[in-house]
Design a protein around this ligand. Structure first.
Ligand code: G3P
Length: 219
């Protein structure tokens, strides 16, 4: 499973990239809006910090403007993936961009049919939103499971990127259904690496070693 970090905050991206576990970054207009006015500089920095795929979302609305902006975004760096929200009027644009070899991440996916449609167009990533579907009483993990089934059943090349992850349990669940990629908010990453029994175990090892009264392990 690939692990992406779901933020546009450069300090947090640097901190987690240093652990070696981060394969990519997803940003969106909401996370970017928290990082100040210079969005281009922020995005270029992120593309330098992380070698893997960095998703950057279009903010234009009209299909032709979305197409043009997607091409501009794609030229920012070699590891850019252009994020486009699902909409019927964007399907021709998505098809054109995918055909031209632009790596795409189709976002705000809430149904199996949406997964099938954009997978057929040959996009690189498809992002079902787990937390937001659960917010309205839907089955977010079921959607990821269905999405994995669809791409395998019909031999489609798109990767399923589980998004809108709110808890470590969400992460465990999307792992269990075999999602190709998960994108994690820094708070979920931070929570995931702490286990009380690991902390307790280290404390016990330290106490036992100190009780021996030796300075060096190997002499
Ligand atoms: O990657 C999409 C994600 O950022 C949305 O998360 O928690 O705002 O639904 P959330």
């Amino acid at each position: 499973m690939k692990i992406f970090i779901d933020t546009a905050n450069r300090d947090l991206i640097k901190e987690w990239a240093a652990t070696g576990i981060i394969d990519g970054v997803t940003t969106n207009p909401s996370t970017l809006s928290k990082e100040g006015q210079n969005s281009k500089e922020v995005l270029l920095d992120i593309c330098r910090i992380v070698k893997g795929d960095v998703s950057i979302e279009v903010v234009e609305k009209e299909p032709e403007a979305v197409y043009k902006q997607a091409l501009e975004i794609a030229q920012l760096a070699s590891n850019v993936v252009v994020k486009i929200p699902f909409a019927k009027e964007y399907l021709p644009v998505i098809a054109r961009l995918a055909h031209e070899g632009i790596k795409l991440n189709i976002t705000l996916i809430f149904s199996p049919v949406q997964v099938l449609l954009v997978a057929k167009l040959g996009v690189t990533y498809i992002s079902p939103f787990i937390g937001r579907l659960e917010d309205v009483g839907g089955d977010g993990i079921g959607l990821v499971s269905d999405a994995m089934h669809i791409v395998h059943e019909y031999d489609l090349s798109s990767k399923i990127l589980a998004a809108s992850i709110r808890t470590v349990d969400h992460w465990n669940a999307v792992m269990a259904v075999g999602a190709d990629v998960v994108t994690l908010p820094p708070a979920v990453l931070a929570e995931s690496v702490v286990h009380p029994l690991t902390l307790k175990g280290i404390e016990k090892f330290d106490q036992d070693w100190l009780s021996l009264g030796k300075k060096n392990l190997l002499s």
